[in-house]
Design a protein around this ligand. Structure first.
Ligand SMILES: [Zn+2]
Ligand SMILES: [Zn+2]
Length: 318
């Protein structure tokens, strides 16, 4: 046996919205519903006159607790030249406490100063330079020339070798060049990009699914999270029960509501499986009335109620 919940009466919803709207912006109400030359009164604004269409919908709500904290794991490594180490932005968390994720501005993984390590350059084996044969003297250290010498009285031409030390390698036959890999700095530098040590924070999160296509889902969810006692719904301990009793409890059903129940159920299952989440409430089913309205001036707006005839909240894009 399930108990049917009493849906709020259209006039009650309209009245509650009207009072709320007049409290927040009476001038706008007067502009949209007033009559020129007549004294403006809220009493003459009735649902019968301004509500053009109504849909019976439903919303499903539950709340979860989620641990927010060190989400990213593992480390990334970078290997760069000495001048490029200085161009990286390093962070240090040494000795400090855990970081509040809400306050943190920046990436979730950052280069950590304490992890910087020198690694001998592989290309030059840590020498900073490479030794190559001198190209000018082909590694001999000498420049060889052949002079043509005029010999004796006859001045007979004779070729004679002559050599002198190579000026490019100072006669050593070798030339050193800075290593292109490390730029002559001998070392490369390695550092870790590690997750920021976030504090684990447990927060409550409202989860709302509604069959009315409203942009207020987030707002309604948050309101329910804070004022769940102010709205009356039907509570279920699992979706199997909700599915079997939804229609009887609401007194109506439609395709969108069935779809919404399905979507809420898969969401619920996802949270059940997630080890960082914990479902903290029962599952609530709320009647939701969607009203399509038009003001005296012809402006269209929508009005929603959430909850039973005893306790409900209203939302509007008026
Ligand atoms: Zn090198
Ligand atoms: Zn040389």
């Amino acid at each position: 046996m399930s108990v049917r919940i009493k849906t709020p009466n259209l006039d009650e919803i309209f009245e509650k919205w009207k009072q709320k709207a007049a409290r927040s912006d009476r001038k706008k109400m007067e502009k949209q519903f007033g009559t020129k030359g007549a004294v403006f009164s809220l009493d003459v604004i009735s649902a019968a006159e301004y509500v053009k269409d109504t849909m019976k919908e439903a919303a499903i709500y539950f709340a979860i607790k989620k641990s927010l904290g060190p989400a990213p794991t593992g480390k990334d490594e970078n290997l760069v030249t000495a001048p490029r180490v200085g161009r990286e932005q390093f962070y240090s968390f040494k000795g400090g406490g855990k970081i509040d994720k809400e306050q943190w501005k920046g990436d979730e993984k950052v280069p950590q100063f304490e992890s910087i390590q020198a690694v001998a350059c592989k290309n030059c084996r840590g020498k900073g330079y490479l030794e190559n044969k001198c190209k000018t003297c082909k590694g001999t250290g000498k420049i060889e020339e052949t002079f043509t010498v005029l010999v004796g009285e006859e001045q007979k031409k004779e070729k004679k070798p002559f050599s002198y030390p190579c000026g490019a390698c100072y006669g050593t036959g070798n030339r050193t060049e800075p290593c292109k890999e490390c730029g002559g700095h001998k070392n490369m530098y390695k550092y870790d990009i590690l997750p920021v040590p976030f504090k684990t924070v447990v927060t409550g999160i409202p989860v709302l699914h509604s069959s009315a296509q409203t942009k207020y889902e987030k707002e309604i969810g948050e309101d329910l999270h804070n004022m769940i006692e102010d709205v009356e719904g039907i509570r279920f301990s699992d979706f199997k029960e909700l599915e079997s009793k939804a229609e009887a409890s609401l007194g109506y059903m439609n395709k969108n509501i069935s779809k919404t129940i399905g979507a809420a159920r898969s969401d619920y299952k996802k949270y059940e499986k997630d080890k960082d989440s914990q479902i903290t409430t029962q599952i609530y089913l709320f009647p939701m009335i969607q009203m399509f309205c038009e003001t005296k001036r012809g402006s269209k707006f929508e009005l929603y109620s959430l909850g039973s005839g005893n306790k409900f909240m209203t939302y509007s894009n008026f």
